[in-house]
Design a protein around this ligand. Structure first.
Ligand code: AMP
Length: 505
C-alpha cells in the first residue's frame, strides 16, 4: 500500500487529504463548520478531575478536536491537554490520578489537529504575581488581534495563537491587587463573546460577557459548586441547577460560597439564538427554556409558515429531528426515519473521494428506502450553511425513489459570518449569502425550499417578535446586525478572524 500526503490546506499540520493506493481520501467533515467550545469547572470535590472529565464528556458536542483539564491541589497546578475526545483521553486512571486536587476546570474545543498546536488547547495557564491562573474560554474576542499586536509590540511573548491568551496578558499587566479585580480589568478591555471559567490558588471564577452571548450555568453538587456551558453537564454529574451566570456578571466561588460582581453598566442580555437552533444539546435548559421544546416549536412555526403537501416528514439526523417532530405534529403528516445516520463516522474518519464516491458510498447518511420510495417527502434540517448537506441528501432521496422532495429549514437563511466563536465560513461560502431562494432550491435540486422567518424563530423561543431597536437575541447570522464592536474586522492588514487554524504573526 502506498500512502502519501496530498494537501494540508487550512488544517495546520495535519493533511486534509491523503492518497492511498492512488485514491484520494479527505478527512471527513473538513467542509463543515466547526462547533464552538464547552467549559466546565468544579470547586471543592475530592474527585474534581474525574467530575470535570464527566462534565466535559456531556459537553462533547460543543467541540470534538481537543480537550483539557487543569486542577489545583492546594500546592500545585496540574495540567493535561490533549487532542481528541474526552473519553479517549480522560477515562484513564493514570491521567486522572495526575490531576490532583479538589478544584478543576476543563475545556472542549475544536482546533486544528497536530501536536504543534497543542499549545492552543485549553485551559491556558500562566504564573502571574498573584499566583497561578488557569482559564477556559467559550466564545471569541473580536478585538483580540488588535490587542495582541499592541501586547507584542510592548514586549509580550505569546505562547499560543489563541485569543484567550490575550486575557492572561491583560490580567498579568493589571496593577490591581486582587486577582478578581485584575480579571475585571482584563475583560473590560476585550470585545466579543466570552463565557469563562478560571481557576486560581484559592478561588474559581465564572464570567460572562456584558450581553451574555455564550451560555454559562452554575450548579451545586453536595458541598461542591459546578460551572458549565450547559445544564446537560450538570445532569451528567448529578449536580442541581442553581442559576445562570448573568450577562456581565463575574461570580467568584470561594469556600464561603458565591460572590457576585457586576463590573459593567447594566445592559439587556442578548444570548446567541444559534444555541437554540443547533449548538446546545436538546436536553439542556438554556435561558430557562428546554432546547428540545424550542426546536420542536421551530418545526411547528415552520409548518405554519411553509406548509407542504406530502406523504411523510423526514428529519436529517440528528439535529433536524426535533423540528421534524414539530412539523409533523402541526401538519398531521406522519414522521418517519427516512434517513439513517451512521454514528460511527467520526471526525477522524476519512471520506472516500472521486472514484469511490462515484461508486455511491454513503458514509454518514443512508436512505431508508422503504419509507422513501414512491413518496412525496418533506425533508427537515435545522440550518443551511454551505448547502452541502442539503444537496447531498436531496439527491439521496431521489436515488431512493422519492417522488417529490420539499426541503424545509427550521431557521432563517445564514447570510452573515459569525465572529463570536463559531468558525463560520467566509461570506462567499455561505449559500444564502450568494443565492436567492430560487437559486438555493435549484442548487439543492429540491422541488420546493423554505426557511423559517426571523420572527418565526423569535416566536419559537417564546418572544412575540424581534424588536428591531433592541433585538432580544444575538442573531447576526441572519440579520447582519452584530451586537458588539468588531475591531479586528476594521484593521486593514489583519486576518479577518483570529484563526485557531492558522499561525498568526
Ligand atoms: P452545510 O452542509 O454546510 O449546509 O451545513 C448545514 C448542516 O450542518 C446542517 O445539517 C446543520 O445541522 C449542521 N450545522 C450547522 N451549524 C453547524 C456547526 N457550527 N458545526 C457543524 N455543523 C453545523
Amino acid at each position: 500500500m502506498t500512502f502519501k500526503t496530498v494537501s494540508g490546506e487550512g488544517l495546520g499540520n495535519e493533511p486534509s487529504s491523503i492518497e492511498i493506493d492512488g485514491l484520494t481520501f479527505t478527512r471527513y467533515g473538513d467542509d463543515r463548520l466547526r462547533e464552538e467550545c464547552g467549559v466546565f469547572g468544579i470547586f471543592n470535590h475530592p474527585d474534581a478531575a474525574a467530575i470535570a472529565a464527566l462534565g466535559l464528556h456531556a459537553l462533547q458536542h460543543r467541540g470534538q478536536e481537543a480537550c483539557g483539564i487543569v486542577s489545583y491541589d492546594g500546592r500545585q497546578f496540574h495540567s493535561e491537554r490533549r487532542m481528541g475526545l474526552v473519553g479517549e483521553n480522560f477515562s484513564r486512571a493514570d491521567v486522572l490520578a495526575r490531576l490532583k486536587g479538589r478544584m478543576a476546570i476543563g475545556h472542549n474545543r475544536y482546533s486544528t489537529t497536530g501536536e504543534a498546536m497543542i499549545r492552543n488547547v485549553q485551559p491556558l495557564f500562566a504564573d502571574i504575581d498573584t499566583g497561578g491562573f488557569a482559564v477556559a474560554h467559550n466564545g471569541n474576542l473580536t478585538n483580540a488581534l488588535t490587542l495582541r499586536r499592541e501586547l507584542i509590540s510592548s514586549g509580550a511573548i505569546c505562547q499560543s495563537t489563541s485569543d484567550t491568551e490575550v486575557i492572561l496578558h491583560l490580567l498579568s499587566r493589571s496593577k490591581k491587587r486582587r486577582v478578581v479585580e485584575r480579571l475585571v480589568d482584563a475583560i473590560r478591555q476585550v470585545e466579543g463573546s466570552y463565557a469563562l471559567v478560571c481557576l486560581t490558588n484559592d478561588v474559581m471564577i465564572a464570567a460572562r460577557d456584558p450581553i451574555g452571548i455564550r451560555p454559562l450555568v452554575i450548579g451545586r453538587l453536595g458541598v461542591s459548586y459546578v460551572v458549565a456551558s450547559e445544564t446537560c453537564a450538570l445532569d451528567m454529574v448529578g449536580a442541581e441547577f442553581l442559576r445562570e451566570v448573568e450577562n456581565g456578571e463575574v461570580v467568584v466561588i470561594t469556600d464561603q460560597g458565591l460572590e457576585s460582581h457586576r463590573p459593567f453598566p447594566k445592559r439587556p442580555a442578548r444570548p446567541c439564538i444559534f444555541e437554540y437552533i443547533y449548538f446546545a444539546r436538546p436536553d439542556s435548559i438554556v435561558g430557562g427554556r428546554t432546547v428540545y421544546d424550542i426546536r420542536k416549536q421551530m418545526g411547528i412555526q415552520l409548518a405554519c409558515e411553509a406548509p407542504a403537501n406530502a406523504d411523510v416528514i423526514v428529519p436529517i439526523p440528528d439535529s433536524g429531528v426535533p423540528a421534524a417532530i414539530g412539523f409533523s405534529q402541526e401538519s398531521g403528516i406522519p414522521f418517519e426515519l427516512g434517513i439513517i445516520r451512521n454514528h460511527y463516522v467520526g471526525r477522524t474518519f476519512i471520506e472516500p473521494e472521486q472514484r469511490i464516491r462515484q461508486l455511491g458510498v454513503k458514509l454518514k447518511h443512508s436512505a431508508n428506502s422503504s419509507v422513501i420510495r414512491g413518496n412525496s417527502i418533506v425533508l427537515v434540517d435545522d440550518s443551511v450553511v454551505r448547502g452541502t448537506t442539503s444537496k447531498k441528501i436531496v439527491q439521496l432521496m431521489y436515488e431512493a425513489g422519492a417522488r417529490e422532495v420539499h426541503m424545509r429549514i427550521s431557521s432563517p437563511p445564514i447570510t452573515h459570518p459569525d465572529f463570536y466563536g463559531i468558525d463560520t465560513p467566509r461570506k462567499q461560502d455561505l449559500l444564502a449569502a450568494n443565492l436567492d431562494l430560487e437559486g438555493m432550491r435549484q442548487f439543492m435540486g429540491a422541488d420546493s425550499l423554505a426557511f423559517l422567518s426571523v420572527n418565526g424563530i423569535y416566536r419559537a423561543v417564546g418572544v412575540e417578535a424581534r424588536d428591531p431597536r433592541a433585538p432580544q437575541f444575538t442573531d447576526h447570522c441572519f440579520t447582519g446586525e452584530y451586537p458588539t464592536e468588531l475591531t479586528d474586522q476594521s484593521g486593514e492588514s489583519l486576518p479577518k478572524q483570529l484563526s485557531l487554524l492558522a499561525e498568526v504573526g
